[in-house]
Design a protein around this ligand. Structure first.
Ligand code: GGG
Length: 357
């Protein structure tokens, strides 16, 4: 069976880490006899916008819907296109139209990487952020009135639906139930955001009635961020609204030493549409073009892609490969964000060789 993968490198370091992501996929595909077929698209990037006046062609949905998975790099280049236009014109369209309602973001302290938090070692930080991915604070409901005048009014609504919240909570509870610690943490702010967030808390409690084995706690987002830094070992599965989940899934990996290794899966669990796999990091214009971006976030996202397609062994082989390369700690191979003098390519090649076995 051939699996069709749409490759969308996007912007900045997305175009640099993508070849290493594909190299890892290829190595795993060879080893496990998986038939992958790729098609690369230039759209979904700010250069495409500069040329065409939009981030995606009009027929993007038709062109992508038949793929088995989308493999994305990063989006954004504020000097060319304002960030809200590039993000809303690409990634957020994919998430919404392909109903990728779960954004699953593992956060794990890897061997050989120094956490900025004192005395943390691999095993101490190992949790998932489950981010609601199609509604919440990322709503397009709102508008501006009386622009540029003293009476200017700007409104953007948070939209939470029972359908949207319950399905992401169910995914999070199922994940927590499948893990040894069986613990779910909910990110809330029901003291200040006094309509949507108390309702979110109610839905968390209602869903919990179906999962008597899962122990549940909740924290307001402000203290939760503090606990991420002070007690990352407390967490197992953390479920959060779209914005809170976005913030937590940058902060979590930062506590593990570098956001460069963090992967994500934008999942359409029903399988009606393709799911999308991308590193958590953005396009990083500050280091783009230097060939020093850490490719592990992209490579690990590729591992999640293979697991999603039904090849858990191949996904695990990729994870084991980058863990082994990191544990070896060869300075000339590793990228500078993790203490090396190597390049995106040197690290990507070392991991691919290890996958090959
Ligand atoms: N590879 C992820 C990426 O490019 N992220 C850019 C970004 O700003 N994302 C915001 C979001 O995930 O909501």
């Amino acid at each position: 069976m051939t699996h069709r993968i749409a490759i969308i490198p996007g912007d900045g370091i997305g175009t640099e880490v993508m070849p290493e992501g594909v190299r890892a996929l290829e190595a795993a595909a060879r080893r496990f006899a998986i038939d992958l077929e790729y098609q690369t698209f230039e759209f979904g990037s700010c250069d495409y916008y500069v040329e065409h006046g939009q981030m995606l062609p009009d027929d993007w949905f038709e062109r992508l819907k038949g793929f088995d998975a989308l493999f994305y790099g990063a989006v954004g280049w504020p000097e060319k296109v304002p960030d809200h236009i590039s993000l809303w014109g690409s990634l957020l369209q994919f998430r919404r139209r392909f109903d990728q309602y779960v954004n699953l973001r593992p956060c794990r302290l890897l061997p050989g990487i120094q956490s900025p938090l004192a005395d943390r070692k691999p095993g101490d930080i190992d949790f998932y952020v489950v981010r609601e991915n199609t509604e919440g604070e990322y709503s397009s409901v709102g508008g501006r009135m009386f622009e540029g005048t003293e009476r200017e009014v700007v409104i953007q609504e948070t939209v939470m639906t029972r359908h949207g919240v319950d399905r992401v909570l169910k995914f999070a509870y199922d994940l927590a139930q499948s893990r040894p610690r069986k613990t779910l943490t909910s990110a809330t702010k029901s003291n200040g955001i006094a309509i949507t967030m108390p309702w979110w808390d109610e839905r968390v409690a209602a869903m919990g009635a179906n999962y008597p084995e899962v122990s549940v706690d909740q924290f307001h987002i402000d203290i939760l961020t503090a606990h991420f830094v002070m007690h990352p070992d407390w967490f197992d599965v953390v479920v959060a609204s779209n914005l809170f989940g976005d913030i937590l899934s940058d902060l979590g990996p930062a506590c593990t030493g570098t956001i460069g290794v963090a992967p994500s899966a934008n999942l359409n669990p029903d399988g009606t549409f393709p799911s999308l796999f991308e590193p958590v990091h953005g396009s990083a214009p500050d280091i783009a073009g230097r060939g020093i971006a850490n490719p592990i976030g992209q490579i690990w996202s590729g591992a999640m892609l293979l697991e999603h397609l039904g090849y858990p062994e191949a996904g695990q082989a990729i994870v084991k490969a980058f863990e082994a390369v990191l544990a070896e700690g060869e300075v000339a191979v590793l990228t500078p964000d993790i203490g090396g003098t190597g390049t995106t390519e040197s690290l990507g090649r070392a991991i691919a060789e290890r996958i090959a076995g």
